[in-house]
Design a protein around this ligand. Structure first.
Ligand code: IDP
Length: 140
């Protein structure tokens, strides 16, 4: 057993907000035992999204990803808990909603629309370094 109290950035992407899944996603986070520390609903602008997704610049899905993320409001959450960075990514499921395991957020609710970008409902930071960088971008 490892003790590592962490904070992570969770985003409910525009598809999740539009489909009224914010409450269900937060319910799963809280049911798992993680704590909500801060939350905001906002319309992300391109400048914020370019910083958030800097590692993907130049990839074929980058432009459709940024367009999708600015297409409507998102919910940003600061979530705390032991090993929450890895733990939330397990709750979310793998990137592709078609193959994400049932029981995960993406596996249960993600739909493969056949679009240029996977609209997979949520984002979760993937490392301690990413979490620190992303939390300061979204929460200052
Ligand atoms: P993650 O969100 O599961 O960590 P990343 O590789 O960080 O996945 O990619 C960021 C986001 O870009 C994904 O959540 C998804 O919306 C989109 N994406 C990633 N790879 C692809 C792809 O191959 N095709 C379409 N969209 C993708």
């Amino acid at each position: 057993m490892t003790t590592s109290i962490e904070e992570t950035l969770v985003l409910v992407k525009p598809d999740g907000v539009a489909r009224n899944l914010t409450g269900e996603i937060l319910r799963r986070i809280e049911a798992k035992g993680y704590s909500l520390v801060d939350i905001r609903l906002l319309q992300a602008d391109r400048e914020l999204l370019a910083k958030h997704y800097a590692e993907h610049e130049g990839k074929p899905f980058y432009e459709p990803l940024v367009e999708f993320m600015e297409s409507g409001p998102v919910v940003a959450m600061r979530v705390a808990g032991n090993r929450v960075i890895e733990g939330f990514r397990v709750l979310a499921g793998t990137t592709d909603p078609t193959t994400a395991a049932p029981g995960t957020i993406r596996g249960d609710f993600g739909r493969d629309w056949g679009l240029r970008v996977q609209q997979n409902l949520v984002h979760g930071s993937d490392s301690v370094e990413s979490a620190e960088r992303e939390l300061s971008l979204w929460f200052g």
